[in-house]
Design a protein around this ligand. Sequence first.
Ligand SMILES: [Zn+2]
Length: 675
Amino acid sequence: MFQGRQGGPSTVPPDDSQTHKEILHQPAVWRAVSREIAAMAADARQWVRAGRFEEMWFCGAGTSAFIGESLSVYLNERQSAVRYIPVPTTELVAYPQRLLRRGTRRLVVSFGRSGDSPESVATLALLERADAAGLHITCNAHGALARSEGARQRAIVLPDETHDAGFAMTSSYSTMLLYALAVFDDVPIDALEGRLNALADAASGLIAAVAPLAADLAPPQRVAFLGGGELRGAAHECALKVLELTAGQVASFWESPLGFRHGPKSLVNDGTQVIALLSSDEDARRYDADVVDELRSQYAPEQVLTVGTVRADADLAFNEVPRGWNIPLYVLPAQLLAVAWSQKLGLNVDNPFPDGNLSRVVQGVRLYPPPAPKVRLFGGMDVGGSKIETCLFDEQFRPLQRRRVDTACSSYEELLECIVGEVRWLESQARAPVDLGIGLPGLVDYHSGRSLTSNLPATGRPLREDLMARLGRTVAIANDCKCFALSEANGGAGEDAETVLGLIIGTGVGGGVVHRGRLVLGHNDLPGELGHLGIPGRFVREWNLPLLACGCGRVGCYETLVSGPGLVRLASRHGAPECSPAQIAERARAGDAAMSGAMREWVTLVAELIYTAQCTIDMDCVVLGGGLSRIPGITAMLAEAFQGQRMAGREVKFTAARFGDASGTRGAAMLLIQS
Ligand SMILES: [Zn+2]
């Protein structure tokens, strides 16, 4: 062994520091928590699943941030639509705009030993400001993280023995990491206990292997920890442990094995110890091994130590534990070496900074109020053949200003001018930038903004391009039924559903599909365009239904018989005098046989139409809108008929729209962020 610069005695009195005890105690802690971790994980997994998050942010400061650094690499390797992103709270607090940006279902997972650091407290305030969900993993039942409240906040408090009393985080780091793995890794719940016990066994063996080395090895002048993939975060933590516990007297660094060659290797001198964390992924480990061989050939071989599995033939070897779960084992030798070096340097291991320049829980961070949120306003416009409704919304899509004007549309040019005029009104009300969306009747190609069929003089015209050219800004355009579905699925009657079919039955029949809050656009913006499916032959034959020409150019579409005019046609075939859909429904309720016959056919056809949608998109919620949805009792009637006509399966919720006609402007306002 080379001599560290301190020289110093190679043996020191037995270490009775709290920090040392906490490091040695880790296997026992993991065995103890192995019994309760399954219940915790089952509960937390269910809560996380229900949130349908698209992004998981792993947040913390210092050691707590390195947990996320490791976990995100490991978890992102799995086939999953969810993205795991490490975001240190030390960045988040200073640059909060990213969190305050809306439009993504995001869970902020924060780690904190005390849960009381200034950054933890500031993060909680930001979560509230951003209305974001938070899962807080902490070791202190009395800290701010553990006490966080609110429907979207959840805390997991580790057993008290993980709440390290020493200056450096050791068992708190490893156990918080394991709890997060139990929640986010897809290990079967009933395998968790065995997994933790295997880890504890491996750790006990490793502690015994490191002990003689820790006793012998004098503190080096410099130490570099190398780790790739999920071990990058582990190397980061190893370096911090040495730096903290030796009060900076051993200068410590960290890098990935391949990254080390790109400059950082220049810190290696005769007094440098390199500790390489060998990946348990065999393919990646070939690169680690090459760097180790290179360093050993260029410097004294004993200047390079390796940590890894028995199979990797590492100097400090541990028994195999599945990847991800073995991260604490890579950090354990550095924890023990850092304590030994601290002691050999004559420091107080539990408090290497007696002058208080650094403290166990960070102090002295002055928190500033986050920047005033940029006022973000949304504008929605519902353009119909006779009226244009324009509405300004706040960030929660609550209406601020609304107005209706007649649609001036004797020509395409006049229509454009009319819409531009309403946009100018909206901007004058907002006095700030507005995200703008427009809903139109008929088919609209969302991608090109080209209007395909409509009762406006815009057919075939590139309406969106023309408007953007005049306004000098981005505008989203979609069919008004899509706007309806989008609005009802976000904060409306379909808020809690996974997949929402928004179905409008009025003068026409149309709809939209929203999955996890986002509009499904498909290849031609057709999802939900149900009115132009054909009525099944068995109903045509059984009831001798007429096959009528539809406005879309086809024959026998549902729209011809289930729209408002369609219901009137059904009633007239039963010999009923011509009256409105509302009157037909009312007379049917009063016992009129002809009207009842028409209503029965109508309900059966609409239920069949919804059944077809279910076989296609398998929605869990149907939100009804349009004039016919206001017929008293219609939602329950359709739900019952649907139940009788469908295949067996899980319940589908039927509900009337929450915002009704106002969903036209509200959904249009959401187009830019939710499509
Ligand atoms: Zn049609």
